[in-house]
Design a protein around this ligand. Structure first.
Ligand code: IPM
Ligand code: MG
Length: 358
């Protein structure tokens, strides 16, 4: 089969890690008899530098002509929050999510066996294992609500960000979570703030309706503050965690940290139609950009998710994941996951080792 993939290399370490992930795809292609062709798409701070805006016209159309999108990372201090919206990389990221209809963001957080010691939690907690799937709503809520900024006569400037959710938006992400749970350990934890927010009360009632449709899946409501606490107290209790956009942004960083390194975790963002978008959950790490120091594993595992979810190539996805686990089991470490005194390898070497393992 031939698959066409849009590559958004982006900013900072983005180009280096995408390069390694593409090398892995090509190796998979060689080994399993597929052809991957690539289309470069300019988006992020690099696009601002090149054409004056972070989300050039036609970006969504080019992506839509592809079977999947791979994104490295976008952002950096050069294009900070003091810049106009159209120049900021984050604007482009939100726009592409919206334009491609990518409402479901899957962020697996699993403690890989070879790295159990990297878990910052108590040993007894880590030993129970961590293997959860964060399902984050990605195109609604306060991220996309109406914003306002105005002067008041006596309180200075005032701003508002509106958080809105419809039953339709909640139901479609909820369904994703229940379906995902059926493929895993059959438990859904729905996270909200129903003791305060009206959007959360609606969220909860829609989730309860869905829970009745999936009687084989265990279901619980968890308040977001409690969830933050449970993630460090006993993360092993979670299987699928489903939540709205901003809660998911915050909790997914927390979930990634307890697995030891943010440099290891992939993500998939999908809608009802192709293409889905795959990216590491970490940022562009401008401090180490261009130095062959970044860990390419999160991007390589994102490619495994692409093979599995967009192309239904599960043997190929397994091969990539096993190649990563093998590299880690053999003791290969980039700087972010090395213990003091351990030998460190660079981005390119790690990519090569994983390719050789396939
Ligand atoms: C993420 C990031 C983005 C988000 C930023 C860069 C806009 O933090 O993907 O989690 O908040 O969604
Ligand atoms: Mg985030």
């Amino acid at each position: 089969m031939n698959y066409k993939i849009a590559l958004i290399r982006g900013d900072g370490i983005g180009p280096e890690i995408v390069h390694e992930a593409v090398g892995v795809l090509d190796k998979v292609g060689e080994k399993f008899g597929h052809t991957f062709t690539y289309v470069d798409v300019l988006l992020g701070g690099c696009a601002t530098d090149a054409v004056g805006k972070s989300y050039p016209d036609g970006t969504a159309e080019v992506c839509k002509s592809c079977d999947a999108v791979l994104l490295g990372a976008v952002g950096g201090p050069k294009w900070g929050s003091d810049k106009p919206a159209e120049q900021r990389p984050e604007t482009a990221l939100l726009a592409i999510r919206k334009d491609l209809g990518l409402y479901a963001n899957l962020r697996p957080a699993a403690l890989r066996p070879a790295l159990a010691e990297a878990c910052p939690l108590k040993k007894e907690t880590a030993e129970k294992g961590i293997d959860l799937m964060m399902v984050r709503e990605l195109t609604g809520g306060v991220y996309f609500g109406k914003r306002d900024r105005y002067d008041t006569p006596d309180r200075g400037v005032e701003c508002t960000d509106l958080m809105a959710y419809s039953e339709m938006e909640i139901e479609r992400i909820g369904r994703r979570a229940f379906e995902m749970a059926r493929l895993r350990r059959k438990k859904v934890s729905s996270v909200d703030k129903a003791n305060v927010l009206e959007t959360s009360r609606l969220w909860r009632s829609v989730m309860h309706r869905l829970a009745e449709e999936y009687p084989d899946v265990a279901y619980e409501d968890v308040l977001v503050d409690n969830c933050a606490m449970q993630l460090v107290r006993d993360p092993g209790q979670f299987d699928v965690v489903v939540t709205e956009n901003m809660f998911g942004d915050i909790l997914s960083d927390e979930a990634s940290m307890i697995t030891g390194s943010i440099g290891l975790l992939p993500s998939a963002s999908m809608g009802d139609t192709a293409p889905a978008l795959y990216e590491p959950i970490h940022g562009s790490a401008p401090d180490i950009a261009g130095q062959d120091k970044a860990n390419p594993i999160a991007t390589i595992l994102s490619v495994a998710m692409m093979l599995r979810y967009s192309f239904q190539l599960s043997a190929e996805a397994d091969a990539v994941e096993q190649a990563v686990d093998q590299a880690l089991a053999d003791g290969w470490r980039t700087a972010d996951i090395a213990k003091p005194g351990e030998d460190i390898i660079g981005t390119r070497r790690m990519g090569q080792i994983i390719r050789d393992n396939i």
